[in-house]
Design a protein around this ligand. Sequence first.
Ligand code: ADP
Length: 162
Amino acid sequence: MALVFDGIKEKTLVLIKPDGIQRGLVGEVMKRFEQKGLKVVGMKMMSLDEAVLREHYAHIADKPFFPGVSKFMQSSPVIAICLEGLEVVQAVRILCGITKAREAEAGSIRGDLAMSVACNVVHASDSVETAMKEVPRFFNPDEIFSYDKSEFVNVYTEDERE
Ligand code: ADP
């Protein structure tokens, strides 16, 4: 069945990068997504290879820093997460902060937890169109779960849930 990316079922792809795994930040990052009111509909640890990284980072594959990014992303497993919520792509980008972590806004994941450009703890889809490609890139259809989350009645108004 095709994945839904509308309304409160909009989805985004997050990766907790090797620096987040090595520095023991998985719980901290997950806490921020959960406290925001986002719904976790997929989560798994996986190792990335050169082929998936070339596809995932096609927009930077010709940059001089790409080999370093690719090596870093293969230096340990990552945790892939699919989050769901209203305008979740934009909400998660704001939670993550800008690429250059040492200039990212305080309060954001990168702003609070990182100093590097490459080692910036998380990846997050940058648009709904990108998310529609990235979620299936990292998750098989049976790894994305559909379930009711009772707290949504307090996270959104009835109008927003329609
Ligand atoms: P973002 O992850 O914030 O969407 P990009 O898509 O531009 O940023 O870049 C993908 C990833 O490549 C970044 O998160 C970062 O890990 C790495 N990267 C981007 N620019 C640089 C750079 N100038 N030097 C080293 N690594 C970089």
